[in-house]
Design a protein around this ligand. Sequence first.
Ligand SMILES: NC(=O)c1ccc[n+]([C@@H]2O[C@H](COP(=O)([O-])OP(=O)(O)OC[C@H]3O[C@@H](n4cnc5c(N)ncnc54)[C@H](OP(=O)(O)O)[C@@H]3O)[C@@H](O)[C@H]2O)c1
Length: 352
Amino acid sequence: MPTNNATSTSIHTNTKTLSVLVIGATGTAGQATVSALLDAGHNVTCLIRQKPTLAGASPQSANFQLPDTVKIHYGDVTTTSSTIQASFGTNRFDVLVSCLASRTGVKSDAWAIDHQAQSNVLQAARALGIEHMVLLSAICVQKPLLAFQHAKLAFEKEVINSGISYSIVRPTAFFKSLSGQVKRVERGKPYLIFGDGKLTACKPISDSDLGAYMARCVTDSTLHNKILPIGGPGSAITPYQQGEWLFEMTGQTPRFRSVPVVMFNVAATILGFLARINKRFESKAELAKIGRYYATESMLLLDQKTNQYDAESTPSTGTDTLKDFYKALLDGTQTVSQADHAVFDKNQSDQA
Ligand SMILES: NC(=O)c1ccc[n+]([C@@H]2O[C@H](COP(=O)([O-])OP(=O)(O)OC[C@H]3O[C@@H](n4cnc5c(N)ncnc54)[C@H](OP(=O)(O)O)[C@@H]3O)[C@@H](O)[C@H]2O)c1
């Protein structure tokens, strides 16, 4: 396990090799961030949960997503901060990086993971010596209407008030969240859009560009004590454009099928009413609200004065484009897990 010693000192002394504790390392953004941290030469320890099916397997073989060069530390982020702290014994860390996120986005899970679990680990990590935290949040928290956004905002506040320095990264949409219809277009089906497909726009960011940015936040002091909205390179794109690209790339005449946004309004209203009389409907009601949010809100910087999304002011980083990602998906050199979805193919959205 990494410890603070003569070669690993403080983030404020321009030391290049730091001891970094990562949570949420097995997720999409987490894996990319871990790779970038290793590329930058840091000592990386990942606090991950032991999946029941993996019990007994060696840490590295059980976590094939993570490179051999990281240290795996099994633990439960939902337990108390003192238990988490004690589990690390005498180990010390310079920086905490969190890509932890509820896998469902529903209210109970969001507050348990995006808020409470992160809070537990932050307290433990402070006792383990960290001076800086890099937190992966989401650009959509600037207009919070959903439970997970409120949970994320509450934790952002906690980090800001914690007394340590921080970089809060709020990315726009991930490539995986915009790839749910590649297969259906390839199969000759129409591309589904809400309204005219131009209600929303985003500046998608690739996993590796995001990972590189997260890793930069560890040592680049110009990114410290800031909330950092970030998108990928190029102009903002609409769902309609994404559909056009896919038809062009598969040599088909564009065929769009419009889904009325009112569908989500009706579902959210009915399920919201049912949820008030029966808790069983709470999660479904929240998922309908999440669907409506992504059908109508852009993943761009929101001008707080005009309440309009502003593509020009949304910062960009990296070089990877969604168009190239689509090409790679179509020629089979890239894959995206079926669990990594868009609004349409799973009737629920990713959290951006
Ligand atoms: N998708 C987008 O377009 C988008 C855009 C902007 C921002 N974001 C934000 O980016 C963040 C990360 O997204 P992602 O797609 O990388 O997430 P993800 O792939 O779903 O990964 C979530 C991570 O959190 C861990 N986790 C969840 N529940 C846990 C629990 N109970 N105990 C221990 N670990 C737990 C998961 O571990 P396991 O592997 O053990 O489940 C995994 O490592 C989220 O905050 C999201 O809101 C997403």
